[in-house]
Design a protein around this ligand. Structure first.
Ligand code: ADP
Ligand code: MG
Length: 206
């Protein structure tokens, strides 16, 4: 489903030397399952995930997703790819504090200019164990609850690929287990790529 060919990412700097964040990466990733990318801080994990997610482009090389070279996309195609193919989950949750839980999930669909089927959102909230939290402001939630909202927001778009960058980096161990179990379940019928420095969890869930 995803093929990285000779990927190189160099961050140019005006004031200091350039950083080679990725150097000749070749990788083939299938269309389902839970893949972990582990490595120490600064090794280029987030860079790799951002390239796959179309948030940034490689300096050299091609990224092929379902037969299309995504780094050659025009802006509109890139937008469409990010919107319909990819669901992102971040360490810092990145949910909107001024909206309640339900609205955060609904907004994700509205941004795709699709109408919301309340039943689908309710089903998903049930599945993620946040069905009692619909009216709650997100700044009143625990970290584990926030991350489940973030996963719901990603999943409601029904993306083919979920990209998670250190999704348990801000969570206690009990919440981390819940999140990994949810991502594992999701990965039965779609691709979930997790970036983490947690090798134990990679061995357990990956
Ligand atoms: P990781 O996620 O594994 O910690 P990153 O992909 O964030 O690593 O970073 C890889 C390298 O690229 C690091 O040396 C980092 O300092 C550098 N880097 C990351 N983002 C940028 C950027 N926007 N501009 C310049 N250098 C960057
Ligand atoms: Mg990172």
């Amino acid at each position: 489903m995803i093929e990285l060919r000779n990927i190189k990412k160099i961050y140019k700097s005006k004031n200091s030397s350039d950083t080679v964040a990725l150097n000749n990466i070749n990788l083939n990733i299938g269309s389902s399952g839970m893949l972990f990318i582990v490595g120490k801080s600064g090794s280029g994990k987030s860079t790799l995930l951002n390239l796959i997610g179309g948030l940034d482009s490689p300096t050299f090389g091609d990224i092929i997703v379902d037969g299309k070279i995504i780094n050659k996309f025009k802006n509109k195609e890139y937008d469409c790819y990010r919107n319909s193919y990819i669901g992102f989950v971040f360490q810092e949750f990145n949910i909107l504090e001024q909206y309640n839980v339900y609205e955060n999930i609904e907004l994700s669909i509205n941004l795709q200019k699709r109408t919301v089927d309340r039943k689908n959102i309710d089903l998903l909230m049930n599945k993620l164990g946040i069905n009692d939290l619909g009216d709650r402001r997100t700044n009143e939630l625990s970290g584990g609850q926030k991350q489940r909202v973030a996963i719901a927001r990603a999943l409601i778009k029904e993306p083919k690929i979920i990209l998670a960058d250190e999704p348990t980096g801000n969570l206690d161990s009990a919440s981390s287990i819940q999140i990994f179990q949810i991502l594992k379940e999701i990965s039965k019928d779609r691709l979930v790529v997790v970036v983490s420095h947690d090798i134990m969890s990679a061995q357990k869930y990956g």
